[in-house]
Design a protein. Structure first.
Length: 214
């Protein structure tokens, strides 16, 4: 991670994870185990409707899950301890408010700007842990990307990954951890294509998604 020349408020990192709850910490921990830098920030707020091209705003979409709250809190406690002991960059008081896609030359994958009240984070990969299915489709439309049936695949193609995101069923903590592991491995495989990766397949997607309030 480094500060970009000419702008003290702009930071460069490999991945930005949006969401400081279970999903976000699980992904950050997995990336850390693979030696991939990331910055974890709080979820996206609603902005005005008028946005420039290649820019989108996401709204918070939290869902309570009382049945597994105790298990989730226990996992969160372990993940927070891991984050603290391994210097994972978690910024609980920093909220992402806007996401901008930077056009890349020669068909290269785009870079991303995550705008926060205190500056801009620039990254090659984005992990979303908050957003409903309908909001994801709107986001892709904002970026001028055709949306097919597999929203997650369309997002992965531009460097955005989903963990515990969707609209119908809240995933169990175990499922969130599984998704975080596969997404972490997928990003690591792109960052270090020559390194050992036991599995780079992203979790299968069906017609419905799951919401996790992080």
């Amino acid at each position: 991670m480094s500060t970009m020349p000419g702008d003290a408020r702009t930071e460069q990192t490999t991945a930005v994870v949006i969401g400081t709850g279970l999903s976000g910490l699980a992904v950050a921990a997995e990336l850390r185990r693979h030696g991939v830098d990331s910055i974890v920030v709080d979820g996206l707020d609603i902005l005005g409707q008028s946005q420039p091209a290649n820019t989108t705003s996401l709204q918070r979409c939290d869902a309570a899950d009382s049945a597994t709250l105790r298990e989730r809190n226990e996992i969160l406690r372990h993940l927070r301890n891991y984050a603290a002991s391994h210097s994972v960059d978690v910024r609980n008081t920093t909220r992402a408010v806007q996401l901008t896609m930077l056009e890349a030359p020669d068909q290269a994958a785009p870079q991303w700007q995550v705008h926060t009240p205190t500056g801009i984070l620039v990254a090659d990969h984005i992990v979303l842990t908050r957003c409903a299915h309908s909001q994801l489709r709107r986001m892709l439309n904002d970026f001028g990307i055709a949306v097919g049936r597999n929203v997650a695949a369309a997002m992965r193609a531009i460097g955005i990954y989903l963990v515990g995101v969707g609209e119908l069923i809240t995933p169990s903590p175990k499922e969130v951890l599984r998704q975080a592991k596969t997404v972490g491995q997928a990003i690591s495989a792109k960052v270090n294509p020559d390194g050992p990766h036991p599995s780079t397949a992203v979790f299968p997607v069906t017609g419905s998604f799951a919401v996790l309030g992080c």
